[in-house]
Design a protein around this ligand. Structure first.
Ligand code: 5GP
Ligand code: ZN
Length: 139
């Protein structure tokens, strides 16, 4: 079996698994992280499978970072984020758990400085839908 058939993020990109999608074009997709570090935590990834930042073709990498910039701008404009963490994990020792390259775009808020070592937030479906709508408005 082709490994992209079972890859979680390939499956989300193909629409086989639902997500709170905030952006999509022919090359990339962005959706809310299911275990967010903060309200509006978004993942940006190429639709084409590649394992991580180090193996992503440069044109796709550039495009994904452009999308990540748009998402960060939307988080600031629409969610009231006062800052944003942009990061990508490479390999298990760096905390990568899904081996399809993705960029975390994590809004931060003045009242609560982001701590990536804390447990993810539990955000109800209704609020995830609201966050999705707010980010989409500014794209
Ligand atoms: P990594 O640890 O590989 O840098 O990031 C993987 C991210 O994917 C984690 O933050 C995790 O919460 C998120 N994630 C894992 N499974 C799913 C899923 O089924 N849907 C969504 N939207 N995010 C997921
Ligand atoms: Zn994949």
């Amino acid at each position: 079996m082709d490994h992209t058939e079972s890859c979680l993020f390939c499956r989300i990109a193909r629409g086989e698994i639902p997500s709170y999608k905030v952006y999509e074009d022919n090359l990339a997709i962005a959706f809310l992280d299911i275990s967010p570090a903060s309200r509006g935590h978004t993942l940006v990834l190429p639709k084409e499978h590649c394992r991580d930042f180090t193996s992503c073709p440069k044109d796709l990498l550039d495009h994904c970072f452009e999308v990540a910039q748009t998402i960060a701008q939307a988080q600031i404009a629409q969610l009231g984020a006062t800052g944003v963490n942009v990061l990508t994990n490479v390999g298990p020792s760096a905390g990568q758990s899904v081996f399809h390259f993705h960029i975390h775009v994590i809004p931060s808020y003045r009242e609560k400085v982001l701590d990536l070592t804390t447990k993810p937030l539990a955000i109800a479906d209704k609020e995830m839908l609201l966050l999705q709508d707010e980010i989409k408005k500014a794209i």
